[in-house]
Design a protein around this ligand. Sequence first.
Ligand code: XIL
Length: 351
Amino acid sequence: MELRKLAAEKGLIYGTAISATSIEGDPRFADLVLRHAGLVVAEYDMKWQHLNPSKPEDDNYGPADAIAAFALDNGLVLRGHNLLWYRSTPHWFFDLPSQQEMERAVVAHIRKLAERYRGRVHSWDVVNELIEPANGRPDGLRTAAFLDQMGLDYIELAHRTARDADPNARLVVNEYSVELDSREHEARRAALLGLLERMQRSGTPVDAVGIQAHLPVTGGAPFSASRLRRFLAEIAGLGLTIQITELDIIDRDVPADETVRDQLVADTYGHFLDAALDEPAVKMVVTWGLSDRYSWLTNSRRDRLPARPLPFDADLEPKPAFDAMVRAFANAPQRPADEDGWPRSRITVQS
Ligand code: XIL
C-alpha cells in the first residue's frame, strides 16, 4: 500500500520534504521515500541562505542539485521551495547599499535558481510566508526583509521574474496558520485572499496557493471542517489550484504516552485531510518529512521526548498516522490530475 499510488489513483500527487543528507546518507530512508513519495521538495537545501551563505557568488548548489537529480533519476515530481523567504535571506543581502541593489540581487537569485531547474520544477513557492497581520499593515502583509527594504512592488517583481525564468512552473503563494477556526487564522485567511485578488487584478502571475498545514493535534485548537472547506472553495473560486505543502502534526502539548499521542496525531491527519480533499482544487499533499527520524519538530516537546509528527516512526515503521492517510486518500473524491500547461490567461485576470 503505497501513499503515492493511492494518491495518484484519485488524481492527487503525494510527496515529502527531504534533505540531501537524508537521502544520500540513509539508504533505508531513501528507499522508503521512493516507495511512498511521488514528489520531493527540499526541506532547506534550496533556500537562499543555504545556496549563497556569505556572498552572492559563493554558490553552494550541490545539495540542491542532489535533490533535483534524485527526483529526475527516480521519475519523481520536484517541488521548488523556495525562491524567497524572510527567514532564509542571507545576511549580506541586508548590507546592500540601495533598494536598486536589493532588487538586482533578488532578480539575479530567482533567475539563477529557477533557470537552473527550468522545466523540471512542478511548482515554486515564490515569496514564502507573505502574510503577517501582526505587522499592522491594513493589507496584512509581512514587512520583514523585503517589503520594508524594497516596497510593495517586490512581490510582482519576484513573480514575474520566476514566470520568465521557468514558464512551466506553477507559481505558488505558500502560507501557514490559515487552517483553523480562530481569530488569528481568520485574519490571515482574509489577508491572503485580499492579496491574491490584488495580484490577479494587477496581472501578477500566480497559479496556486500552498497551505502549509503545520497543525496542532485536534482539540489543542479549534478545527472546523466546514470553515476549512469554505476557505478552500474561496481560493478555487479565484481560479487557483491548492497544494497542501508542509503537512505535519504538532504533538507538543499532548500526553507523553506514544500510543495516545500516535492516535491523536492520526485523528488530526484524518480530520484535516477528509475536509481538505473534498475540495477538487486540492491537487497535492506534501508532508514535511516522511519519518519521525527527520523532522524539524523533533525537539519541540517541553518534556524533551522526541516528537512524533509524521506517518512513519524513527525506525521507519508505519504509524496510525500512515493508516489515517491511507484512509483519507482512499476516501478522497476523484479529481482531474493537475493540468499541465493550462492556458495561463485563465489564471491572470487582465486589469
Ligand atoms: C524549516 C525546516 O524544516 C528546518 O529544517 C529549517 O531549519 C527551517 O525551515 N515553513 C516553511 C519551511 O516554509 O521552509 C520551514 O522549514 C518550516 C516552516
